[in-house]
Design a protein around this ligand. Sequence first.
Ligand code: SAH
Ligand code: SF4
Ligand code: F3S
Length: 469
Amino acid sequence: MESVNLQSSLQTDVQTQAEMTQSSGRHDRNQDIGLGRGVYVSTYGCQMNVNDTERMYSLLEMANFTPVKTPEEAELIIINACSIREKPVHKVYSEVGRYRKLREKNPGLKIGVGGCVGQQEKENLIKNQPLIDFVFGTDNIDSLPNLVSQVFTDKAKVIQTKFEHRAPYHVETLVRNPGVSTFVNIAKGCDNFCTFCIVPYTRGREKSRPMSHVLMDVRNLVNRGVKEVSLLGQNVNSYHSEDGADFADLLKKVATDTGVERIRYTTSHPKDFNEKLMHVMADHQDKICEYVHLPFQSGNTEILKRMNRGYSREEYIAKINQMKKIIPNLVLSTDIIVGFPGETEEAFQDTMSLVEEIGFETIYAFMYSPRPFTKAAQFTDQIEEKVKNERLNRLFDHQDKIAFEIVKRYQDQTLNVLVESINEQGKAQGRSTQNKLVYFMGTADLIGKTVPVRITQPFPSVLRGELQQ
Ligand code: SAH
Ligand code: SF4
Ligand code: F3S
């Protein structure tokens, strides 16, 4: 590995955005920092990261960079990386390694790493991989044009990973070409500190946007043609606005006061899912999709305790039963971790049985991966990789059978599908209110419209159907 003189070349930037703008004064939005250079952002991780990438492109485009489709066309490459499990972190290093040839061809090429990996690894990234020119954290996206400007003009390595602990969370949604469906961040960060999870360290303390800002954002998006918004947060249902509104209040207002046609949200936490929210969903089902993603992580109460999840198996089941009663036609998905430290075969069977008892249409299951800073990484009863792997496969096999049975109910049902795209052969793609991907033959004028589609072939991952005239 090349060595790099960190003392002289690293410039750890701890200024706030306001201070930077004042002190440098030269790189405000809309200034020509990019000189038309191509920028490519590679994205890993959750919808929050996908949304952040769109924000990066928007900000950089305002500073006269040109978004491009491949790294080969770019003079600026940014990796917006995820660190929820170990694998994505390794992917970042191998991706940067692949850019070595591009750098040899174009010594002016700049490479940066952001997202949760940037926040977590900070200067280590540059120490371990000197091809990286700059690192920025999850709270520093709005300073990206300034930061990139420094990288291009000062030719120094730059690291900016400071959290704005005191600043309120005020960000308008930036989307270049909003499609039919768009994400809107309503909260960021997490204070729950589940013992397996790195998010509280990479996204900082939980903060909510004022309700009036969210509503304004949605109205603006609707004016630009958006039909569906997905409200985003690490724990959307612990949202609390300065004026005392909670998530149920916000959801209701988005449904009644913005003109948007459809609303989704993710991710909710079981302990914050209250009856008020269930009723808002039921009362506004014309707008709010009857789909809830509610991670349970483990079906065993002892493991849930060690995970610091704040609910037991029985409490989770009771909440789901209450939801099923209040929200008509409720569709559920969940996240599960297998092989958490101390998980016995018996405890794993509790997860298997919970999956069956609830009947999720989709599960997102992962092998436990020890993460830096987290409590569970210190637990001494870690599970062997091959046991974790074997449990994960058993869980997926189990769920495949369950989901196959569940989706049979869609056979011959007519679903309302919001059409998102259509290919040259006339194959249209959209989503139903159950969050199902639906394919059918259609025409381009249907994009952005909600149309009735009769399901002819239901599969767990996709439904095929025919447009009803
Ligand atoms: N805020 C959400 C989850 C966000 S992280 C919630 O609390 O439900 C997304 C998912 O990644 C988690 O639900 C969990 O299933 C998984 N995950 C998080 N940390 C993990 C780890 N260390 N190992 C394996 N999976 C993990
Ligand atoms: Fe992570 Fe738990 Fe927060 Fe979800 S609630 S982001 S799993 S710490
Ligand atoms: Fe990954 Fe960060 Fe999202 S760790 S899952 S990108 S919050």
